[in-house]
Design a protein around this ligand. Structure first.
Ligand code: GLN
Length: 485
């Protein structure tokens, strides 16, 4: 249970355990803790057992299998899974059963995906706490009164609670990294276009990416390896060779130039987070990296630009939920009433807020003032990062300005909720990759260090992340009181 996915894989390969044994162990753990954590919208023990049995048969036949084969995984409920409901945390999709698999799922299934369930999330991935799920909030395994972060809160909580060895999440403005930070696990947002978005329910298509949430950096590299690569079904998919992500692991980071943008270390940071990040930067410097403060002016405007661009794209993407398709419908006198009633009942408050904001920002007369300006800021951000790469190999910052907050603390204050993404959002606007790594505790809660890299340079991120992880004491997994009984 406390292994990493890679350690479980080694046991499988050495014949110390079968996939069925490992899977049963996790299904059992889910039975014991899920009621308290609520990491899943739906559980799929039947699928998991079937897949595990198949993996064991294939291994028994001497087949050389991928490192993901037979290792229990949680899948964010935003990814289409054939024959298994895919709700996106919304009432609108509560009965939606996809007739096809997302490309990442299809690829993983070929490799022996052992999916234990579909993980809870903020409705349509809009949120930072998983409180916006129609199916109720997920709780942080480190402190059940706190949020796990969001929107991939179920995925991160499942991994931290020992309900899965790893998970898939999606990240539009921080939804992999911020929950990974809050739950003390590793979350990687790949370069935009590296992982296929085909079958990922769209939120903001120019920002959305699928990525791994894991217990270790090595696991992150393994899962990324399995899902990365060109897909003709996604027009934004990059045609580039996928490097060997595990190969750089263990290389030293002497002379690596790491910049620390001042804009991501400003007043909003809690003292505990500031202290842990300071220590983490010292550790990186101790490993031979050249750590230096820098400035990327445009980052101060990233949050405002994101909250124009993401809602604008969402308002268009969510137009398809009309009561005609996807199952959910509230009848009306005529088609217009049916549309209105369906959308009024099918979407939650935050989703409606975004649709209204986005529709307004795109409407005639306001387009240039809001959406157009936001796109210009986005260009400035891209340029600022490009300029930074002339001086630095990586940039570092906190993943989030605070540790996990309490359930209910920010639900009625959207602006303060949005602020928990200040450090992660610039990365999505620029399309670059970034990782969140546990770097200690503050008030007994995990703090995350974010490392950002150049487009398609996941290798350098993983190399530095691994070096860091190996040189600091692990924060371990939460005790989750009473769960060992
Ligand atoms: N929390 C951010 C939002 O609410 C990011 C969400 C995400 O990355 N999907 O939009």
């Amino acid at each position: 249970m406390r292994d990493s996915a890679y350690e479980a894989y080694e046991k499988l390969r050495n014949g110390e355990a079968s996939s069925q044994q490992i899977t049963e162990e996790f299904l059992d753990r889910i039975d014991r803790v899920e009621e308290r954590v609520h990491a899943f919208v739906s559980l799929t023990p039947g699928e998991a057992r079937g897949a595990a049995a198949q993996v064991d048969t294939r291994l028994g036949g001497g087949e050389e299998l991928s490192q993901v084969a037979g290792i229990p995984m949680a899948v964010k409920d935003v990814l289409c899974t054939r024959g298994v409901t895919t709700t996106c945390g919304s009432r609108m999709l509560q009965d939606f059963v996809p007739v096809y698999d997302a490309t990442v799922i299809r690829r993983l299934k070929k490799m022996g995906l052992t999916m234990v369930g579909k993980a809870n999330m903020d409705e349509f991935a809009m949120g930072s706490s998983t409180e916006n799920s129609y199916f109720g909030p997920t709780r942080n395994p480190w402190d059940l009164d706190r949020v796990p972060g969001g929107s991939s809160g179920g995925s991160a909580a499942a991994v931290a609670a020992g309900e899965a060895l790893w998970a898939l999440g999606s990240d539009t403005g921080g939804s992999i990294r911020q929950p990974a930070s809050f739950c003390g696990v590793v979350g990687l947002k790949p370069t935009y276009g590296l992982v296929s978005r085909y079958g990922l329910v769209a939120f903001a298509s120019s920002l959305d990416q699928v990525g791994p949430i894991t217990r270790s950096v090595r696991d992150s590299a393994i899962l990324l390896q399995a899902i990365a690569g060109h897909d003709p079904c996604d027009s934004t998919s990059i045609q580039a060779e996928v490097p060997d992500y595990s190969a750089a692991m263990g290389d030293d980071i002497k002379g690596l130039r790491i910049g620390v943008p001042r804009e991501l270390m400003d007043e909003g940071l809690s003292p505990g987070v500031r202290a842990r990040i300071g220590e983490a930067l010292d550790t990186l410097a101790g490993l031979g990296a050249e750590v230096e403060e820098t400035s990327l002016d445009s980052l101060s405007y990233a949050l405002s630009a994101y909250y124009m661009i993401a809602p604008a794209e969402a308002s268009s993407n969510l137009a398809r939920y009309d009561g005609v398709r996807y199952g959910f419908r509230i009848p009306g006198e005529d088609i217009w009433e049916m549309y209105a009633a369906t959308r009024a009942a099918g979407f939650g408050d935050e989703v409606k807020r975004r649709i209204m904001l986005g529709t307004f920002a795109l409407s005639a007369g306001y387009y240039d003032a809001y959406y157009g300006q936001a796109q210009k800021i986005r260009t400035l951000i891209v340029r600022d990062f490009q300029a930074a790469w002339e001086r630095f190999d990586l940039l570092a910052s906190p993943t989030a300005p605070t540790v996990a907050f309490r359930i209910g603390e920010k639900v009625d204050d959207p602006l303060s909720m949005y602020l928990s993404d200040v450090c992660t959002i610039p990365v999505n606007l620029a399309g670059i990759p970034a990782i969140s790594l546990p770097c200690g505790l503050s008030d007994g809660m995990p703090v995350g260090l974010q490392l950002m890299g150049k487009v398609l340079d996941e290798v350098t991120i993983l190399k530095a992340a691994y070096a860091f992880e190996q040189s600091v004491p692990s924060i371990g997994l939460p005790a989750l009181e009473g769960s060992e009984a």
